[in-house]
Design a protein around this ligand. Structure first.
Ligand SMILES: Nc1ncnc2c1ncn2[C@@H]1O[C@H](COP(=O)(O)OP(=O)(O)O)[C@@H](O)[C@H]1O
Ligand SMILES: [Mg+2]
Length: 492
């Protein structure tokens, strides 16, 4: 077999997203112009095969009718070198191949290890070891820990969801049952109707059947049975959770409730769940709850009636990564996947990320795929990646962060953006034409929302990387009511 054919074989063995198929059993690759030319078909991998990595923020399922298939291309039709890839949320796989004089010289599969986006666990979860150790305590043998009820908060893209993923993995690894939910109106109903029954049934099918049917009465003269629920009025959430905890405790484990995206609109759902869990926690049952949300939502949860329980919960404020952690988050996956990155390139990539996990992954991914056939990720690739990654910040992070703010809050940010570094609160108030008391209200709200930080007395700075630059370039994003540049062209 020729080396090129071996390379193809290796390639197809490694790939799940791209398929290389041959229509002829005879070594067709070395004679690409023959009529029995092989075909190269790129077929989409069903997302569910990769559900874990796809992140639960975006529900994925098997596409109806199986994987979509792109039309097959005969090798003879293909250019002397090509690069094909399939992105997608969960996985980015690409293949490059080049052909010289009818022979394939190299085929290389590039399995990009980075996971840009939201909710997708990174190849290396940097800087969260100490936190995870706290949860290991909770999930271990019986020790009481304040982390049994925890509230995780931090700005968008800082890594709340993937931290929950990691805590859930720890829990499952110890035999715990995980009840995961993204908070939305209707979550409690979904739990009561589908999720908890399914979990209960999986734990103990017989007992579940008994509980569900209660007493069955044979009907007169018939073969049918009538079902009378045992406790028709009992709050289902509470009783089902209690039962689930009981079943898991019997196995020496417990139940972890993991709730993502706490939001003001779904406070009622959170309240219902909190009440049920609070009960079990008070009885020192083996149950733990972790809920995550952006700072403003968590602040609202702490103030909401009926959620006082959370005020005693462990608050976990997720911070950006240190420089060393950001470097590790980039360098280790690169090395683990068989490539290298020079010192200067690594330093630039890490510094440009400002330790913001969303940027770490985006810069890593874009640098990886810039010249995927090279062994080394060069400073040039990183420079290109930084540019692309910064350009995605506006739509992915900054505009969503601005959306929840009032016009006055955004004025405050625009006033801050006039400075190249931290601004003094006095300057900001003056630029806004506000009294310092009024501007102080905006400052407090923005701090709550996790959009600004206080780097020193009387100073404010942006918490989100690139926000200053974005506001300077797109001030209309901060003035959502005003006509955009595009609209103005129609009016003028
Ligand atoms: N500790 C970390 N180390 C490396 N990458 C991370 C880390 N935390 C998060 N990420 C990456 O950052 C991005 C945003 O994470 P996510 O959990 O979705 O943020 P959030 O839920 O806070 O908005 C994802 O691409 C994720 O893989
Ligand atoms: Mg999230």
């Amino acid at each position: 077999m020729s080396t090129s054919a071996t390379a193809m074989g290796v390639a197809s063995a490694h790939m799940s997203a791209l398929r290389v198929s041959s229509s002829s059993p005879a070594s067709p690759i070395s004679s690409p112009s023959s009529s029995a030319a092989p075909t190269f078909a790129a077929s989409a991998m069903p997302e569910h095969q990769n559900a874990r990595r796809s992140g639960r923020g975006t529900p994925t399922g098997p596409p109806a009718g199986g994987p979509a298939r792109r039309p097959a291309v005969g090798v003879a039709d293909m250019p002397p070198s090509f690069h094909a890839e399939r992105g997608g949320r969960g996985r980015a796989v690409a293949v490059s191949a080049s052909r010289v004089g009818g022979r394939w010289q190299s085929v290389r599969v590039h399995d990009n290890p980075f996971r840009p986006g939201f909710g997708i666990s990174p190849p290396l979860l940097a800087g969260r070891d100490a936190l995870l150790a706290e949860w290991r305590e909770v999930l271990g043998l019986g020790a009481w820990s304040p982390f049994r009820a925890a509230l995780v908060t931090g700005m968008r893209g800082v890594g709340k969801t993937v931290l929950l993923n990691a805590v859930e993995d720890e829990a499952r690894g110890r035999g715990w049952t995980v009840v995961h939910g993204t908070l939305h109106v209707g979550l409690v109903e979904a739990l009561e109707r589908d999720r908890l029954p399914a979990l209960l049934q999986a734990q103990d099918p017989e007992a579940y059947a008994r509980e569900l049917t209660g007493v069955t009465l044979p009907q007169l003269g018939g073969a049918t049975t009538q079902v009378v629920p045992q406790y028709p009025r009992e709050p289902r959430l509470e009783s089902m959770l209690a039962r689930l905890v009981e079943l898991t405790e019997a196995r020496g484990a417990g139940v972890l409730l993991s709730l993502d995206e706490v939001a003001v609109e779904s406070m009622q759902e959170l309240r219902r769940i909190a009440i049920a869990v609070q009960h079990l926690l008070r009885e020192d049952r083996r149950v733990a709850i972790v809920a995550a949300g952006v700072p403003a939502s968590i602040a609202a949860a702490l103030e909401a009636d009926g959620l006082t329980f959370f005020r005693r919960a462990q608050q976990v404020r997720l911070d950006t990564l240190t420089l060393a952690e950001a470097r590790a988050a980039i360098a280790e996956p690169v090395r683990a996947h068989g490539r290298s990155i020079g010192e200067a390139a690594l330093e630039r990539a890490a510094r440009a990320s400002e330790g913001y996990p969303f940027l770490v992954q985006t810069i890593g991914a874009r640098a990886w795929e810039h010249r995927p056939a090279d062994d080394e990720i060069t400073a040039d690739a990183v420079e290109h990646a930084v540019e692309v990654a910064y350009a995605t910040m506006g739509e992915s992070v900054i505009v969503p962060a601005l959306r929840g703010l009032s016009g006055r809050d955004r004025d405050y940010l625009l006033a801050m953006a006039e400075d190249d570094g931290p601004a003094t609160t006095a300057d900001v108030a003056e630029r806004m034409g506000a009294t310092s008391g009024n501007a102080g209200r905006q400052r407090a709200r923005l701090l709550d929302a996790g959009v600004i930080v206080v780097p020193g007395r009387g100073l404010v700075d942006f918490a989100i990387p690139r926000m200053r630059e974005h506001l300077r370039e797109h001030p209309h994003d901060a003035q959502l009511g005003l006509p955009t540049a595009a609209r103005r062209t129609f009016r003028d």
